[in-house]
Ligand binder design. Structure first.
Ligand code: DGJ
Length: 740
């Protein structure tokens, strides 16, 4: 095999990606030790990294007899279990029928295969037979017969190693899993920062960086969605790491439900990181012969700073996770009626917006919430997926026909996982929602979660939804979720299995989405959860774009997009130009700035175009043309964060560079207009130093080296949030003589 090897004499496994290396060893007593993750070191085997010392109060396995130097409490390992004298955070915890919680996981066997493993019913990265390899290592608990298969997928080209585990009960008694982490990663003593993305509804994925402290720190969601509050993607890096310097490790969970990512700095300054389904209310009983498959985690390493780490994830997700053909295709530029009308519209109003959209050059009309059931507000109607003819006289097909006649495509909003109590569906099937019988449920946005663990519920909802899509031949679907899970109890599951409901709910959602994209492979599918409440790698397996945030304010979006960019490709950012003063913040930014910010995303409009004056309409038309001219670069180029919200530059700038380095777009916003301002020299990155780059509008020419080392002086701005754009194309070889 090319990427994975096993060295028999030393029992060392080595995984190679294009620039990184990951190594482990079957050590004494069958312990699977972690040796190394970092820059590729060729044939080296880093066995000297295992140093055994006698550590007080850190016990020794019985087999070690009088050897007090072998202690699982301090050894770097690949996957750990309860009850072996390792008191750190662990990979797996299981409860046996006798009430004990001990698992002694020892190396049993391994297999190296071509291609990448897949996970039935779960999102996972994929690759061709020759692009990837899989390593499966089986660890076994002899007494109970429980086997843990560790799966490693090596995606060489994008420097990603995926991991997950399958737990199989090969014993004779039931075993209840209480905790199954998908990945565990031990780091030797090194000072590290944790970079994570926290937030709230309408302000998601804000960036926070802090040094790891002794003890455990974690980010997590117990909300049944990956959440606005923490994102299941975390970076661990050197204290000194910057965008283009230092060692960084990233781990992203390919899952959209409850998660936990914990990091523990231990007694001897080693760090252990785990990522997996949150153990909160999790219990999964395996009868003899049964198995449980955990969701996947994707890891990457960069020895050259954060931007390279982002490139690994961006390339990896674009090439090996997002299945939609739209990942590399121009997407119809849309207008969405939500912020234009909210719930108050009729077919005339919608047609008016569509007509104005056509006139400025837009390509698709998206009908958002409020078109179905008795949905005149967010108190009612969810679950009744048939058109409200009081609002849309003549029904959807008639309206859609008119919209199509304008030359526009048509898209529609749905919220398939929810039900309103004031709906025909709820009146007929009150037991189809998550709810503890006899207890009053917690409402959120006045709605309840449908119990999609039940197949009959999924079948019914998908049948309704298919009818809607077929009736209007929709080109696009926006699949929304406007509450977290609550009242997590399924009336279709026996009492002893309620610990499975959170995960089974997520499996139900994935099943529904799989049915949707299976039936309509050409549909453009955007997921959404009250904005970015489910912005994760799991969702990207189904949809090529995710609505970033309910906050459409361009200034706030700078911060939201910045945080989102560390893991997720820019082509996945659902971003629209909305009206000013902005509906969420009351802030005013120029139409140009709103366009430039939304242009670093999927780009579209979400305002009443009929209310735009002629000047604004003209500006919109040219914004659309500009976006189209850069769409391929935005979708497929390398992304650089040139300046960050909160740094001293008073600006947020970004850059797209085509893979051949000949096409460059630099854009950004100067935040505050200043009197007597300092000169702001913006340094580009990722260019070819000896190429000449010509700015398309001004015709100015600079070498790549000049743009990267000396930078370009940003113009002095005269109002807050003024935006700046440069588009460069490479001319040919840099002739150093001529320049002199
Ligand atoms: C939340 C979404 O994020 C919004 O864009 C909009 O679709 C509303 N839901 C509709 O209820």
């Amino acid at each position: 095999m090319r990427y994975i090897s096993f060295h028999k004499d030393t029992s060392v496994f080595t995984l190679h990606t294009k620039t990184s290396m990951y190594q482990m060893q079957v050590g004494r007593y069958g312990t699977l030790l972690h040796l190394y993750y970092g820059d590729d070191l060729g044939d080296a085997r880093i066995i000297h990294s295992i140093v055994n010392l006698d550590r007080g109060f850190s016990g020794n396995p019985y087999e070690a007899d009088r050897d007090r130097k072998f202690s699982l409490d301090v050894l770097p390992q690949e996957y750990t279990a309860e009850g072996n004298g390792d008191y750190r955070i662990q990979g797996i915890e299981a409860e046996h029928e006798d009430g004990s919680h001990v698992l002694q996981l020892k190396y049993d066997s391994h297999e190296i295969r071509k291609g990448k493993y897949a996970l039935a019913g779960l999102p996972a990265m994929f690759a061709g037979e020759d692009e990837a390899e899989t390593l499966e290592i089986v660890l076994k608990d002899e007494l109970s017969g429980l086997c843990v298969k560790l799966l490693y997928g090596v995606l060489w080209d994008c420097d990603i190693i995926t991991r997950t585990v399958e737990v199989v009960n090969r014993g004779k008694t039931n075993i209840t899993l209480r905790r199954v982490m998908s990945a565990e990663l031990d780091f030797p003593k090194r000072p590290m920062d944790m970079v994570h993305f926290y937030g709230r509804h309408s302000m998601e994925r804000l960036t926070e960086r802090q040094p790891l402290h002794h003890g455990i720190q974690s980010v997590e969601s117990k909300r049944g969605i990956s959440s606005h509050h923490h994102n299941p993607a975390v970076i661990f890096c050197d204290h000194t790491a910057t965008e283009d310097y230092g060692e960084c490790f990233g781990i992203a969970f390919v899952y959209s439900g409850n998660f936990i990512c914990q990091a523990e700095l231990d007694q001897v300054d080693q760090t252990r990181v785990v990522m997996g389904i949150h153990p909160y209310q999790f219990a999964w009983t395996l009868k003899p012969g049964e198995s449980f498959v955990a969701p996947e985690a994707a890891m990457s390493y960069s020895g050259t700073g954060l931007e390279t780490l982002s490139h690994h994830f961006h390339d990896g997700f674009r090439e090996h996770l997002i299945r939609s053909s739209y990942v590399k295709r121009p997407r119809p530029i849309l207008v969405n009626n939500w912020e234009a009308t909210y719930f108050e519209f009729n077919e005339e109003k919608l047609y008016g917006i569509a007509k104005a959209a056509r006139d400025v050059g837009l390509e698709m009309f998206v009908l958002d919430d409020g078109w179905f059931g008795k949905r005149d507000s967010d108190y009612t109607g969810l679950g009744d997926w048939y058109v409200n003819e009081e609002k849309i006289h003549g029904g959807l097909p008639k309206l859609v026909k008119k919209i199509r006649k304008l030359g526009l495509k048509f898209g529609i909003w749905l919220e398939p996982e929810m039900v309103s109590e004031d709906s025909d569906l709820y009146r007929k099937h009150p037991d189809w929602c998550l709810r503890v019988p006899g207890r009053l449920p917690v409402r959120s946005r006045s709605q309840l979660n449908l119990d999609v663990t039940k197949k009959e519920v999924r079948d019914y909802i998908m049948e309704q939804i298919f009818k809607v899509i077929d009736s209007c031949q929709a080109d696009y679907i926006k699949w929304d979720v406007n509450r977290a899970l609550g009242n997590v109890y399924s009336q279709g599951v026996e009492a002893g299995k309620q610990g499975e409901v959170f995960h089974r709910h997520m499996l139900g959602v994935y099943d529904m989405m799989e049915r949707l994209i299976g039936r309509y492979p050409n549909l453009l599918f955007e997921t959404c959860a009250g904005g970015g409440g489910r912005y994760d790698a799991g969702m990207l397996y189904y949809s090529p774009q995710i609505w970033c945030s309910d906050n459409t304010d361009a200034a706030d979006r700078l911060e939201i997009h910045y945080g989102t960019s560390f893991f997720y490709p820019i082509s996945t950012f659902g971003a629209h130009v909305s009206v000013c003063p902005n509906h969420q913040t009351g802030r005013t930014t120029s139409l140009r700035t709103r366009g430039i910010v939304a242009g670093a995303g999927t780009f579209g409009y979400e305002l009443d175009l009929e209310h735009m004056d002629e000047g604004e309409k003209k500006a919109a038309t040219s914004q659309i043309a500009q976006f189209k001219a850069s769409e391929e670069l935005v979708q497929q180029g390398d992304y650089y964060r040139l300046s960050a919200p909160g740094d001293r530059s008073n600006s947020v700038f970004w850059e797209f560079v085509s893979k051949d380095k000949r096409d460059v777009l630099v854009a950004g916003v100067v935040l505050r207009s200043e009197v007597n301002p300092p000169v702001n020299l913006l340094r580009f990155r990722g260019l070819e130093p000896n190429l000449i780059y010509r700015e398309r509008e001004s015709g100015e020419e600079y070498s790549g080296a000049v743009l990267m080392k000396a930078g370009l002086a940003l113009p002095v701005t005269s109002e807050d949030y003024e935006s700046v754009v440069y588009r460069f194309e490479a001319k040919g070889e840099f002739e150093s003589e001529k320049k002199r």
